[in-house]
Design a protein. Structure first.
Length: 354
């Protein structure tokens, strides 16, 4: 246990909280007073400390900047009615972080450092968790290679950090989505299932081109045939067809296994939908749309929770949806938010007490 060696804390002299109103805060722009930092050297994690949020001093030769051994996570913390802080499913993110680390030939992080370190950091900065509806504290753990050597090889040293950013409400207007069939996000055998920085760098051009055509994001299709749907931006995707909720399966390792996705599968089943995790082709979607049974399309992810999709464009074929008539996505969003804001009993054990 980390408590045994205790994380040393250096506190700020004056909290920045007085200068930042915790209302209608843009996503990812403000950071709390403190951060967690740890170094991996000679096969172990050391220099674990919580200290004032501050810039890093890095050598220009630091390996991550050149070869991209860099991974991250995204998690949210909330307060219940009594003001007690809770983190949503941090252990699931901890496990996914280490899967990403293994794929990128990086050291794994002990659970105590990731989960208990996060808990201690949030406890220290708990006044930064906004209490308003739809607000939360976004938690960003990340790791990067830190050898000062520009040779292509896995680094011997790494830095693990956690920073916190108050956020919300993350309202996203119903989106227009372009089905991408030229570029690919991830191929079987690649790093699609890892939350690795390079995946996002590779998507910027593609998203920018979709934006030029008037779309918000792309729906990625599989790299081999561009026939089967994968995911959207930083969200997994669900389709309601009749009484079924269908989402692409994770077996090929090309899709990020979202914690929100998994929560959505559980809640949709509780809502009475038959959930299918399987391959789903664009042709099947077009057919269902033409038959009038493709009722809803939405994305799931930590940042926006559930994002409604009002238009899906495949080649010259445009599928339009009247989101005001939807039932599944709004109900799912409400159920998820009620659990996260402790408005209902957390029977799944998803809320982790700080
Ligand atoms: C983070 C992410 C998701 C959503 O995962 P959550 O755990 O639900 O936040 C989905 N797809 C990609 C590519 C992502 O990076």
């Amino acid at each position: 246990m980390i408590a045994a060696y205790g994380i040393p804390v250096t506190r700020v002299e004056r909290s920045k909280l007085h200068d930042i109103p915790l209302e209608n805060i843009p996503f990812g722009k403000y950071f709390t007073d403190h951060m967690l930092e740890a170094d991996y050297e000679n096969g172990e994690w050391k220099n674990i400390e919580i200290k004032p949020y501050q810039p890093l001093l890095l050598s220009p030769s630091v390996a991550a900047l050149h070869y991209g051994q860099a991974i991250f996570e995204g998690i949210k913390a909330y307060k219940d009615k009594e003001g007690n802080p809770f983190i949503f499913r941090p252990v699931d993110n901890y496990k996914r972080f280490n899967l990403s680390a293994e794929r990128m030939q990086m050291p794994t992080v002990p659970r105590e450092l990731f989960v208990e370190g996060m808990r201690q950091l949030i406890d220290l900065d708990k006044n930064w968790i906004p209490e308003k509806d739809d607000h939360s504290l976004y938690i960003r753990p990340f790791m990067f290679s830190s050898d000062e050597l520009i040779g292509v090889r896995p680094s011997d040293t790494y830095k693990f950090m956690i920073i916190l950013s108050p956020t919300g409400p993350y309202y996203v207007a119903p989106m227009r989505i372009y089905v991408e069939e030229h570029y690919s996000r991830a191929a079987p055998g690649g790093i699609g299932y890892a939350k690795a920085a390079g995946n996002y760098g590779a998507s910027m051009l593609v998203t920018a081109e979709a934006k030029k055509k008037g779309y918000d994001q792309v729906l990625w299709t599989d790299a081999l045939e561009h026939k089967y749907v994968q995911e959207i931006g930083t969200m997994n995707v669900f389709f309601i067809i009749g009484d079924k909720a269908i989402t692409p399966d994770l077996t090929q390792g090309t899709i990020l296994a979202g914690v929100t996705r998994e929560s959505a599968v559980t809640l949709l089943e509780e809502m009475g939908y038959k959930v299918e995790e399987r391959k789903i082709s664009i042709d099947e979607l077009v057919e269902a749309y033409q038959a009038g049974s493709l009722n809803e399309v939405f994305g799931t992810g930590t940042a926006a929770t559930i994002s409604l999709i009002k238009e899906l464009r495949y080649k010259d074929f445009v599928m339009n949806f009247d989101v005001s008539k939807w039932e599944a996505a709004p109900e799912l969003k409400k159920r998820l938010n009620d659990i996260r804001q402790s408005k209902v009993i957390d029977k799944h054990g998803w809320m982790y007490k700080v």
